[in-house]
Design a protein around this ligand. Sequence first.
Ligand code: SF4
Ligand code: SF4
Ligand code: ZN
Length: 487
Amino acid sequence: MYEERPYLTERPDALRRLWDTCPRAGLLKASTPSWQLDRWKVVRDLIVGWYGDDRSDAEAVPELAENLAGWLDPVQRSVVERLFAGWRAIYPKDPEVAVDLEAAAVSFTDDDAGVELRVTPTLGLTYPDGSVEMIRLRTGRHGSGPDDAAVLGQESDRNVAFIDAMVAHGTAEQIIPPQDSDDRITQLIELAGRDRRVPLRPGVHCFGCESAPRCGQYPIPGGGRVFVSTRSIVVSKSQLAWVDTCQRRVAWDRVYSVPTDRDSDLEPGAGVSAGLRFHEMAAAGILSDDPNAILDDTTRSIEPSEAAELRRLWENHCSVWADDGNPEARTTEFPAGLTILAPGIHVDSRGRESTQDVAVTFIGILDVTGREPDGTPMVVEHRTGRSAEHAHLEAELYALSAAETIRRSTGAWPDQIAVHLHDVRSDPPECRRRVFDSTDLEAALGQLRRVAAVVAAWHPHDSLSPPYTAGPWCDTCRHRAMCESNR
Ligand code: SF4
Ligand code: SF4
Ligand SMILES: [Zn+2]
């Protein structure tokens, strides 16, 4: 009997992202919130329902929203309704245009490798002149990447155009295959066949990784098990600092992916970009035998005033480092942290609620780790911004992260850990050193357990469950407009 050969099916952009970051991501999953995907599904259902409804929009739209998005909390529902309106603005109903709700996927198949690269449009529109638009519904900020575009470029029918419908912005953008499409496809086929069980490659991508509590990079002090069904929430160092001020501010980013008010505010300002540049330069320079070459390289391509500022920050770093007795640096920009299990709400597929452990993973990127001249393990945070203080609970997270990293190799926390805060912006520069012994580490762990319990208690389906606390800090909050209309 003929047996169809099993093919490995891969999504091109996702496959590339995996190999550009950490191939182990997702091998051992936990259950991470996926509100962007959940909203995408509801918007797609609304669009499908709308095309199947002959009534006027005034009649059909409110009823569809109630039937298909009524289960969402008011914040998620308003986001979804805005995205649905974005679609209707781009593609108003036109009786002359035929709608194909089951648009076929575009695939590139390599029989020898047993790999299929597949990209699936959301729906197709056929115009009276015979031209066809295959449309991908995009509810976030990003459209199709070059690898998806390369596979879509394999479509042989010249009447077909592929479009990203960016419904949050109300715009449609044609997806253009890149010049190097053939090379990309060859690389992707090769990547699909590679063994993903390589050493972990931690980085900023860990903040969005569904394996964070299980991969071993962010261990559980005292042990504990995380299962596929365990809800997992990752909290960064900067978000940790906010939980005790306003829970909603953190929860809307980390759990519910509520879109922010002002995308443009995410662009770094001039002062911020000098700081980022210093962090990048220092990360390479501190571990290099010839840091001046790196400094020269970096300053060559930037504005003279910024170059002068970068040199000043680097000199300040060197001066604090010398005052510290020239410690031994071991790593720079090292992602470290820990996972804490705390009881939270679990909702099963039938909507029944129970209390189960939630894995809360705290991650910080340690600017420098190493040893002081007497061998004491140390963590250094470079401060280039206005505030020369540690953020709330930052030193505690650094000390515990370093202690847990050491425990992974030695089996025990070290007797003490020194956390240095190097303010390289001030003249003269300054080092503030805080030593954590085992009592301090236990106290720090107690603080993180307390925060983990707060985070775990947020209801997975209700973005209004984390309380808000308004205050002067709202001025810098990216959720302000949406927050104010939901108080
Ligand atoms: S958390 Fe980071 S290191 Fe661990 S699997 Fe995910 S991306 Fe890799
Ligand atoms: S606007 Fe203020 S109250 Fe609302 S989430 Fe932001 S910080 Fe919290
Ligand atoms: Zn120091």
